[in-house]
Design a protein around this ligand. Structure first.
Ligand SMILES: [Zn+2]
Length: 134
């Protein structure tokens, strides 16, 4: 006996719909937790060592920070909602091309200078991302 294609299809559809709903709900809560109720915090690390932690909510006006590492100079602009690597004299410019980060869990990494900027959500549990430094 062959199962009716219609029944097979509807069972499959139901499973797929369940998975999609579960994923959507999961992503929604994950984003809510990450983007979150808490304030964003920028953690600047050089060579794996945190050199500065800046609570973005404390910034009323965009502020510039300059960091030097391994002979490179990196300029960071921080506002209450975003962090941008505005200028760097590293050879690959990957950090500058990363652009602006606005969400907890995002990061800007400059491998030549061994500098990383991570956004963390305070208050909400942000997904932990290991520092990636080559
Ligand atoms: Zn760079």
């Amino acid at each position: 006996m062959t199962p009716s294609p219609k029944q097979t299809l509807s069972l499959w559809d139901g499973l797929v719909a369940l998975v999609i709903v579960a994923l959507a709900v999961g992503i929604f809560f994950w984003q809510t937790a990450a983007a979150g109720t808490g304030d964003l915090e920028a953690v600047i690390a050089i060579n794996g060592q945190t050199v500065e932690t800046i609570a973005l909510s404390s910034l009323h006006d965009p502020t510039q920070r300059t960091y030097t590492s391994l002979g490179y100079t990196l300029e960071l602009e921080l506002s209450s909602t975003a962090v941008t690597m505005t200028h760097a004299d590293c050879p690959d410019q990957d950090c500058v091309h990363t652009g602006t980060i606005t969400q907890a869990g995002q990061s800007i990494v400059c491998l030549p200078a061994r500098l990383s900027v991570r956004l963390l959500g305070t208050g909400a549990s942000a997904p932990e991302i290991d520092v990636v430094i080559g």
